[in-house]
Ligand binder design. Structure first.
Ligand code: MLT
Ligand code: ZN
Length: 462
């Protein structure tokens, strides 16, 4: 016997695909956090905007919560459906709808994978520069929901910089066309920007017009070995001054060991405490000379203790694998992830305090540090010992996160730089946002989603 609420949904949208098999409920009900047991009512896979609107109207009438769902590569529990919600998967709405060479804009449906959008831009001789390791599986809608950052923020900025316009279904089922892909639009509140980073709590993004840019210049990739965290910031400053940086990413020896165990190749014979993968523009003699000069300067200062530079695209990919393979290489430990940021200028002082705190707090856990040092964004991953129960482990980590949130508050940082708040970071939102801001966020939620059917319990408790 089917649930009468699903019968009503079939009546409201007869052509809508629905899945209710236990394997599908499990697959679509979780994201990469793997912490909650999936338990959705069903999974809906609309093909059209009209079907999305019908689902939202049905959810209001039936009082069923909706969890908008893209590639579910999120790391904060934003796409988890563990309480009888309907998962609204955008995966069938995955097409390129339009390319305009004059506007240099690509209009896509929200379910398109990031990599497919990047490829479509490339096919037109342009680039969509938001980029990170899960590009093949994450969806554009998901990147918009979290204002995703990634490995090229240092040059190009976050997702929010690259969204010219959005079509969004609000919590009451209205279709909103936000910003009409205009470059200039000074006609009141920018609701497009409000939607970006709202984690599916204010509306369901169904279409996005992406701004495109010139293809990236020819680049080279360098791997640097460094003796301490302190010199990382100095090397960053020296490289940023001398080179056009496309990326500047760091990781520790602990991270490297995990990636190597997963099949990556180490260009160095010795082990070092810290590493940087940096990508920078080349293409003429002056730029190439500047890159060598930056490297030599770092060596002379005693900051850089070893280095390797790519001689081909294949070697560049090998060096990138050392950084991009970290998340996958530690996934089997179900890591507790911190994704924190401070202003770059606050990084040295924050780092000193955070390192002291985490060294004391986690003496017996393996802690893997990596991230986007040039954006002031650190990923601190605590690995669960195999013998420890998941809830005991998470409980201990949460105690430490409370302390870390205090350190962040003192340094005016954020508890979520790019993964979103979701379920995982919700208890610490107050460390990053004032009570007045949170009250306004709750008010906005009520305006866009009066019956609270859009991703309830994520980001905010209402
Ligand atoms: C990354 O920088 O690789 C991503 O944010 C993923 C992660 O933190 O695991
Ligand atoms: Zn990251």
């Amino acid at each position: 016997m089917t649930d009468p609420r699903l019968d009503a949904l079939k009546q409201a949208a007869p052509a809508l695909r629905l899945k209710t098999d236990p394997a599908d409920l499990e697959h679509y009900g979780r994201d990469w956090t793997r912490r909650w047991t999936p338990a959705p009512l069903a999974v809906a896979l609309p093909d059209t905007v009209e079907q999305v609107q019908a689902i939202v109207r049905w959810a209001n009438a039936q009082g069923v919560a909706l969890v908008p769902s893209g590639g579910r590569t999120g790391l904060s529990g934003g796409a988890v459906a563990a309480s009888g919600e309907l998962v609204l998967s955008l995966e069938r709405m995955n097409k390129v709808l339009d390319f305009d060479p004059v506007d240099r804009a690509l209009t896509v449906q929200a379910g398109i994978p990031l990599e497919a959008a990047q490829n479509a831009a490339r096919d037109h001789g342009l680039a969509y520069p938001v980029d990170f390791a899960s590009r093949g599986s994450c969806s554009i809608g998901g990147t918009i929901a979290t204002n995703a950052g990634g490995i090229r923020v240092i040059h190009y900025g976050n997702t929010r910089e690259w969204i010219a316009g959005l079509k969004v279904v609000s919590g009451s089922g209205e279709l909103l066309e936000l910003n009409r892909a205009l470059i200039k639009n000074s006609s009141g509140y920018d609701l497009r920007q409000l939607m970006i980073g709202s984690e599916g709590t204010l509306g369901i993004v169904v279409e996005a017009t992406l701004k495109l840019t010139d293809p990236p210049p020819p680049t080279n990739v360098m791997l640097l070995a460094l003796p301490s965290f302190e010199v990382l910031m100095r090397v960053f400053a020296a490289f940023r001054e001398r080179l056009q940086l496309e990326a500047f990413e760091f990781f520790t020896d602990v991270a490297l060991r995990h990636v190597l165990a997963h099949g990556a190749q180490n260009p160095f014979d010795a082990a070092y405490p810290y590493y940087v993968v940096t990508e920078f523009a080349i293409g003429d003699e002056a730029r190439e000379a500047a890159a060598m000069a930056a490297f030599e300067y770092g060596m002379e200062q005693g900051w850089i203790v070893d280095g390797a530079i790519s001689q081909s695209d294949a070697q560049a990919a090998q060096l990138w694998r050392l950084r991009e393979g970290i998340t996958e290489s530690i996934a089997c430990y179900v890591p507790y992830k911190n994704d924190v940021s401070v202003r770059i200028s606050a990084m040295p002082a924050f780092l000193a305090e955070a390192q002291a705190l985490l060294g004391q707090a986690y003496p017996e856990f393996e802690v893997v540090w990596f991230g986007h040092i040039g954006d002031g964004n650190l990923h601190i991953n605590v690995l669960k010992p195999e013998s420890m129960a998941q809830d005991v482990f998470v409980g201990q980590c949460e105690q430490v996160t409370k302390l870390l949130a205090g350190v962040l508050q003192r340094h005016a940082g954020s508890i979520s730089a790019e993964h979103g708040i979701g379920l995982v970071k919700k208890p610490y939102l107050e460390s990053t946002r004032s009570a007045a801001e949170i009250a306004l966020m709750r008010g906005l939620k009520r305006v866009f989603d009066p019956n609270g059917i859009l991703n309830p319990g994520k980001l905010l408790d209402t």
